[in-house]
Design a protein around this ligand. Structure first.
Ligand code: IPE
Ligand code: IPE
Ligand code: MG
Length: 267
């Protein structure tokens, strides 16, 4: 049997185990391990980041095919600025080039793309392509792809606190009106249900400042596989594992999935 046929059979066997009624609508991924993948092969870390992009393209296709509606990926954290300038510059250039090259196909696939994070420090050419990509795809309704860049969960929460404090001082709201719903509505992810599933690759067992508010009750799946080696098969394994969980939300019985929100696709 050819390698392609073996991979096809393996994926096919795994997809048969998936309950189509229990596919998570929103999956978040910490795409980790690019550098280690490259170093292990005796290559510069940048090779890992390049390979990571092709894996992301595959996982977008797979999750969409499976019936997920939202994918939120961590591409650059507020802490990643501490890396050597050469690596940071490489990543910024990579985001710019990939977006330029892929946006047409993303749009054809009716994917809405959204960038989550503080874009201020990025160069003008990257900001320009980000804004034009968001604007081009804003009415697409098949799938939502959130890319978190210069994103930090704590920073996001602090920003919300500042906004609510200002609204309170100006008299727009009363301090007593601050509740979870209001707080949620000021987050960068406003309008989107929390991820049911968080996947982190490369075996690290930490959140690294990702979606601190939104992950409160997400199921966590740690894959030992480094992100550049992650693939359809590994994604299906994560979904199967997720489907075996009892999501009790503090109660005694397992609760069904939250329902899908149309508001994901409001421009
Ligand atoms: C994840 O891979 C990608 C980014 C953080 C941009 P890493 O670059 O963190 O790779 P490792 O974890 O050092 O192997
Ligand atoms: C998290 O990975 C950030 C991204 C994947 C973009 P890191 O490699 O930066 O996280 P740590 O350093 O292992 O916590
Ligand atoms: Mg890492």
């Amino acid at each position: 049997m050819s390698l392609e046929k073996i991979i096809y059979k393996k994926n096919n066997d795994l997809s048969k185990k998936i309950d189509k009624q229990k596919v998570p609508e929103h999956v978040a991924i910490i795409m980790d391990g690019n550098g280690r993948w490259a170093t292990k092969k005796g290559l510069p870390r940048s090779f890992g980041h390049n390979k990571g992009v092709s894996v992301l393209k595959e996982i977008i296709k797979v999750s969409k095919k499976l019936g997920c509606k939202v994918l939120t990926v961590y591409a650059f954290s507020t802490e990643n600025w501490t890396r050597p300038t050469k690596e940071v510059d490489f990543l910024i250039n990579l985001f710019t080039e990939v977006l330029k090259n892929e946006i047409e196909e993303i749009h054809q696939e009716l994917i809405k793309i959204k960038f989550i994070g503080d874009l201020t420090p990025f160069p003008e050419n990257l900001k320009k392509i980000i804004f034009s990509s968001e604007s081009l795809t804003k009415n697409n309704k098949n799938f939502l792809l959130n890319i978190c860049v210069n994103y930090g969960g704590r920073q996001e929460i602090v920003k919300v606190a500042q906004k609510l404090a200002l609204k309170s001082i100006s008299g727009e709201i009363k301090p007593s009106e601050v509740n979870e719903e209001l707080f949620n509505s000021e987050l960068l992810t406003q309008g989107i249900n929390d991820p049911e599933l968080l996947i982190r690759t490369s075996g690290e067992k930490r959140i690294s400042n990702f979606l601190l508010w939104q992950l409160a009750y997400s199921e966590i799946y740690i894959s030992e596989v480094l992100w550049p080696d992650f693939n359809e098969n590994e994604f299906l394994k994560a979904i199967i594992d997720y489907q075996s969980r009892n999501r009790r939300f503090g109660g005694i019985e397992s609760l069904p999935n939250q329902s899908f929100k149309d508001s994901y696709f409001s421009p």
